[in-house]
Write a protein of this length. Structure first.
Length: 389
């Protein structure tokens, strides 16, 4: 007999689903939920969160306050997330109360702490960069140089991660908090695989994505799918991603970030238990978007096809320019929209800041060369500046 958490939930206006986090990921999730007649309710700490005017109920509150999370979700059928930095104790209380929670609190407990993540990889024989765990900045030189230092908790969008090249770096700017110190990988390509798994155990993976980063902001500049890697490497990346999902017994949508090093070895970098920047192109590029797939997995519905609509998809992130502050001004969009296969997505953020994610533009194309050419043009044309209020 199926338990309540294993049953498929009935679509329609009576179904109440809550999302912790009201940013752009929640906004795009709501856009998919409308097609399924799923009424989404949102909790976010920001009064002007991008989801605020698109949701059936908006609650402004602290996502790390267990009492606030419980109060928000106790009358809902299911609750999910668009950001992993939320109260695990609050979610555990909701689960005990009979609310379906996806992803499970125990999985979030592992993933929220990068040190626990790395220990999980080591325990399950999942290849990852060699690492040590340290408590203070004074230990930052214990592993030699160069090293990658990551805050164990709270980092996002390139924050909380830095490369320490030598002892001077370690003594002058190391994070003075519990951290992971990793050997710096000689990276050939940065890849990711997004996998959905529902409560019935069905899985579906999107094609491997290749991301190119902006080194100044430590954010994705653009991506292309499928990645420009051999078929054997692509199959290995998919297999490794499924190993991670199965080792966790994960339920929901999981983004597995990978490094392909210069020797051809694949290493798992980090996990994101939610929709992910490396899956934004799927809105136009795949038969089922990552946002719809997240909802299907959360509600234990049949998972959708991840097949590409056209052979290649790509995405360019729209981020605030280096000195942008104030009301956002989007430069070059009208010209970009004249290009076939180009689709803009703006996130509804009221204020722009330097390197803040403000939107993205997707590309679909028949050939890799066409996709890359469009991406390069868009990178030159588009900018997000600020205007004083």
């Amino acid at each position: 007999m199926q338990t309540t958490s294993e049953k498929s939930l009935q679509l329609g206006p009576a179904l109440k689903i809550g999302v912790l986090g009201g940013g752009q990921l929640g906004r795009m999730m709501i856009q998919s939920a409308i097609d399924l007649d799923v009424r989404v309710e949102v909790m976010d700490p920001a009064a002007d969160a991008p989801c605020r005017h698109l949701t059936h109920r908006f609650v402004q509150g602290d996502l790390n306050d267990a009492d606030a999370v419980f109060a928000f979700g106790k009358d809902l059928d299911v609750i999910t997330i668009e950001i992993e930095h939320v109260s695990v104790p609050g979610l555990r209380r909701l689960e005990q109360h009979g609310v379906r929670v996806v992803p499970k609190p125990d999985h979030l407990d592992v993933i929220q702490d990068k040190g626990t993540q790395k220990a999980f990889f080591e325990q399950h024989g999942i290849p990852t960069a060699p690492f040590v765990l340290v408590e203070t900045a004074s230990q930052a030189g214990d592993k030699g140089f160069p090293i990658v230092q990551k805050l164990r908790r709270g980092g996002y969008d390139g924050k909380g991660v830095q490369i320490l090249k030598d002892l001077t770096d370690a003594t002058s700017r190391a994070f003075d908090a519990p951290c992971v110190l990793e050997d710096a990988v000689d990276i050939h390509k940065e890849l990711s695989v997004i996998v959905a798994r529902n409560a019935s155990g069905q899985t579906a993976s999107f094609p491997v994505v290749e991301s190119v980063f902006n080194p100044e902001a430590n954010l994705v500049d653009y991506l292309i799918a499928p990645a420009d890697i051999g078929t054997d490497t692509a199959a290995e990346a998919q297999s490794l991603a499924l190993r991670v999902v199965e080792a966790l017994d994960f339920e929901g949508l999981l983004a597995i970030e990978l490094f392909l090093d210069q020797t051809g070895q694949l290493l798992v970098n980090e996990l994101a238990p939610r929709t992910h920047n490396s899956g934004h192109h799927t809105i136009e590029a795949n038969r089922t978007s990552q946002f719809e797939q997240h909802l299907r997995a959360t509600l234990n519905l049949e998972l959708g096809s991840t097949a590409p609509v056209l052979p290649f998809g790509a995405m360019v992130n729209l981020v605030g320019s280096r000195e942008a502050m104030g009301t956002p001004v989007y430069r070059g969009l009208s010209h970009a929209m004249k290009q076939p296969g180009v689709h803009p997505h703006l996130y509804g953020k009221s204020q722009v800041k330097p390197f803040r994610k403000m939107g993205h533009v997707t590309v679909t194309a028949e050939t890799r060369a066409e996709a890359i050419e469009l991406v390069m043009v868009l990178r030159e044309q588009l900018a997000v500046d600020g205007m004083s209020d």
